[in-house]
Design a protein around this ligand. Structure first.
Ligand SMILES: [Zn+2]
Length: 284
């Protein structure tokens, strides 16, 4: 496995330190992060040949507007799961496509793998923060994004290293940090409440809920979108694992949320029970 030198992720951490307390930041243009079990990879556009792509023709059944009850979903990345530099696999699956719906009628979507070539989509239609009619982030919004080759490189992540953990607490938790470093992170988190002028947390649980970087608006939802999955009944931490995040410009020149969408983060999670992918957005 090829590993990018640690300074790549450290540079990201440093930018965060200087820009906004310790970890807040926008996802740099052209970067998409992938997460496994204490593993991180970086997906970036490449001019070379690659088995991973962004955009292009959608080859999965079940994703057309007709299949999705009039809603148009857009294919972002498509990863070949046989690549060892990916930090995860989905048992039995060859491809992992990342989709989102940029029509403002829907904020949160899910999709389940019927098999390697066919998907079933789910849409949260009860979200009050959506529009009544079809509306897009930009005029002449494309029906599909231009195809770009994507390369994936493993980054270094050490779950016992304080600096690594504080950047990705919301993804990996703090379980492998030493008691001293957990205490340090606790102090940092309390300071964060102060900086945000938030009321002091009333319990340890509330305090640790405040340690959720890189998710500026807190950890993403933890309820599966597949209505027949038992994890769709109730939100419980840990039911879904974060597998990817990307920003407004996953590849040069493509602003998926329009010219004013910088600062948005798209979060992809997989259900531990049924592998359904849940996607939502929040500000970063
Ligand atoms: Zn599920």
């Amino acid at each position: 496995m090829k590993h990018i030198a640690p300074q790549v992720i450290k540079q990201a951490s440093l930018q965060q330190t200087h820009s906004y307390f310790w970890t807040a930041r926008m996802i740099p243009d052209g970067e998409t992060y992938l997460f496994g079990d204490n593993k991180i990879s970086l997906a970036t556009p490449t001019r070379g040949k690659s088995r991973h792509t962004f955009g292009g023709k959608d080859r999965f059944r079940g994703s057309s507007r007709a299949d999705c009850d009039g809603i148009l979903v857009h294919l972002l990345h498509c990863f070949d799961l046989t690549d060892n530099d990916l930090p995860f696999d989905l048992p039995g699956m060859r491809w992992l496509p990342l989709y989102y719906c940029f029509d403002f009628r829907v904020n949160t979507i899910g999709y389940r793998f019927r098999d390697d070539e066919s998907l079933e989509f789910f849409f949260d239609r009860d979200d009050p923060h959506t529009s009544e009619k079809e509306e897009w982030p930009d005029d002449n919004y494309p029906l599909e994004f231009p195809e770009v080759a994507i390369q994936v490189d493993a980054l270094t992540y050490d779950p016992t290293n304080f600096d690594d953990v504080k950047v990705w607490t919301g993804v990996f938790g703090i379980g492998k940090l030493s008691p001293q470093d957990q205490e340090r992170l606790r102090d940092d988190t309390l300071q964060w409440f102060e900086i945000c002028n938030a009321p002091e947390p009333e319990s340890e649980e509330e305090l640790w809920d405040g340690a959720h970087m890189p998710f500026m608006q807190g950890r993403p939802g933890s309820q599966c979108m597949n209505p027949v999955c038992e994890y769709s009944q109730q939100e419980r931490q840990g039911q879904l694992r974060t597998i990817a995040i990307t920003g407004n410009t996953p590849v040069d020149g493509v602003h998926v949320f329009g010219p004013h969408g910088d600062g948005i983060m798209f979060i992809f999670q997989a259900c531990e029970k049924c592998q359904t992918i849940r996607v939502e957005n929040q500000c970063s």
